[in-house]
Design a protein around this ligand. Structure first.
Ligand code: DP6
Length: 331
C-alpha cells in the first residue's frame, strides 16, 4: 500500500510586510503581517512515504533536487517526524506554476502545500491553525498561504501563538508586473539577518510596522481600499529602505522597478487608483480595485509582463498526484 497525499497552495502578497525574526529557531517574526492569498501561480506537492530505508527525495518541477532546497525540505520533514513519532522518509514531488524567478515567494506556496500534504500522510493535526503554525517553520510567509483570501499573521509569543488567520477585507485585485525574471542574489532569510545585524533603522522598521498593522486591520474592517493602498505602499517602501540600509547594502528594486512605482504614482495623478508594493525582488505589484484592474494592467503593460490576480484559496488537499520526475525514477 502506498501512503501519499497531495496538496495545492498559492503564493501570497503582503500588504504589511514580514521582515525580521525574533527567533529564527522556531520562526517567530518580530512583527505581525497581513497578506492576500493569490488565485494564480499554485504549487502542487505530493508527499509519498517511503517503504524502504532510503533518504528523503525532492523532485521540483520534474527534476531531482539536491543542495539547499533538499536540506530545507529534509529539515522540515524531520520536524514533522519528530511530532508524529514516525521515522518514515518521504518522496516529495512539487510542481510550481509561478513565473520562474518572478519573486512571487514560491517558498510560501511551497511550504504551505508541503505542510498540508505532510500533515495528512504523517497523521498530524489538520486544522487551519495547526497547518499555519507548521508551515511557518518551513518559511515564515508560508503560514499565510494556508489561509483563504486575506490573512493576518499574529506575531505571537511562542510556537503556539504565532499563526495566520483569515480576516474580512474589501475586494481587491492586484496587477503583477514582472520587470525582471532573473533569480535574486540574496535570499530573504539572509537579508533579514543582515538587516537585524547592520541596519541602524531596524528598530524603527519594527515599531512602524507594528503600528501600520493596526492601521491596516482597521482599514480592512472599514472596507477602506484607498487607506489599504496607501498603507501598503508606504510599508513596502519602508521595507526596501531598511533593506537598502544594510552593510553591505542589499537592493532588490532595480531601475525598472522604480519606473513602475513612478507609473503608478502617475496613474493616481490621472485619477486611476492604484498603489505599489514589492517583495524581496525587482518585480512590482499594483494593488487596486477589481473594477480598475484591467485599466491598471493596460497602463503598466509597457513595463513588463502583467498579470491580474485576485484573492485565492488557502492550501488544501487535492486528488491528483504530481508525476514522478522523468529522469531518475524515484525509488
Ligand atoms: C519580503 O517568508 O520567504 O516576502 O521566513 O526566512 O523563509 P523566511 O522568509 P520569507 O520572507 C518573506 C519576505 C517578504 C515579505 C512578506 O512576505 O511578508
Amino acid at each position: 500500500m502506498t501512503i501519499d497525499a497531495t496538496a495545492r497552495a498559492h503564493p501570497n502578497m503582503a500588504l504589511v510586510k514580514y521582515w525580521g525574526k525574533r527567533d529564527e529557531q522556531i520562526m517567530l517574526p518580530s512583527t505581525g503581517s497581513l497578506s492576500m492569498t493569490l488565485d494564480e501561480f499554485p504549487t502542487t506537492t505530493t508527499v509519498q512515504l517511503r517503504e524502504d530505508d532510503g533518504p528523503d527525495v525532492l523532485e521540483l518541477n520534474g527534476a531531482v533536487a539536491a543542495g539547499e532546497p533538499l536540506r530545507r525540505v529534509t529539515r522540515f520533514l524531520d520536524l514533522v517526524r519528530e511530532r508524529s513519532g514516525s521515522e518514515a522518509r518521504a518522496i516529495v514531488r512539487s510542481r510550481n506554476e509561478g513565473p520562474t524567478g518572478a519573486g512571487l515567494a514560491s517558498s510560501a506556496s511551497g511550504f504551505a502545500a508541503l505542510a498540508t500534504a505532510a500533515s495528512a500522510v504523517y497523521d498530524l493535526p489538520q486544522d487551519t491553525r495547526s497547518l499555519s503554525r507548521l508551515a511557518r517553520r518551513g518559511s515564515g510567509s508560508a503560514c499565510r498561504s494556508i489561509i483563504d483570501r486575506m490573512a493576518v499573521w499574529h506575531a505571537g509569543e511562542d510556537d503556539a501563538t504565532s499563526f495566520a488567520e483569515q480576516i474580512e477585507a474589501p475586494e481587491l485585485a492586484m496587477v503583477v508586473v514582472v520587470v525582471d525574471a532573473g533569480g535574486k542574489k540574496v535570499s530573504s532569510r539572509e537579508a533579514m539577518r543582515l538587516t537585524a545585524a547592520t541596519s541602524p533603522f531596524a528598530a524603527a522598521w519594527r515599531e512602524s510596522t507594528a503600528r501600520t498593522l493596526e492601521e491596516m486591520l482597521a482599514a480592512c474592517r472599514e472596507g477602506d481600499v484607498e487607506r489599504i493602498g496607501e498603507l501598503a505602499e508606504t510599508n513596502a517602501l519602508r521595507m526596501h529602505a531598511v533593506i537598502q540600509s544594510t552593510v553591505p547594502s542589499v537592493r532588490y528594486l532595480r531601475g525598472a522597478s522604480v519606473g513602475v512605482f513612478d507609473a503608478i504614482e502617475q496613474l493616481r495623478a490621472d485619477g486611476l487608483q492604484a498603489w505599489g508594493t514589492a517583495d524581496a525582488g525587482p518585480n512590482v505589484v499594483a494593488i487596486t480595485r477589481p473594477a480598475d484592474a484591467a485599466a491598471v494592467a493596460d497602463a503598466l503593460a509597457g513595463h513588463g509582463a502583467v498579470r491580474v490576480v485576485r484573492p485565492g484559496p488557502g492550501a488544501r488537499l487535492v486528488d491528483e498526484r504530481v508525476a514522478p520526475a522523468s529522469t531518475g525514477e524515484a525509488r
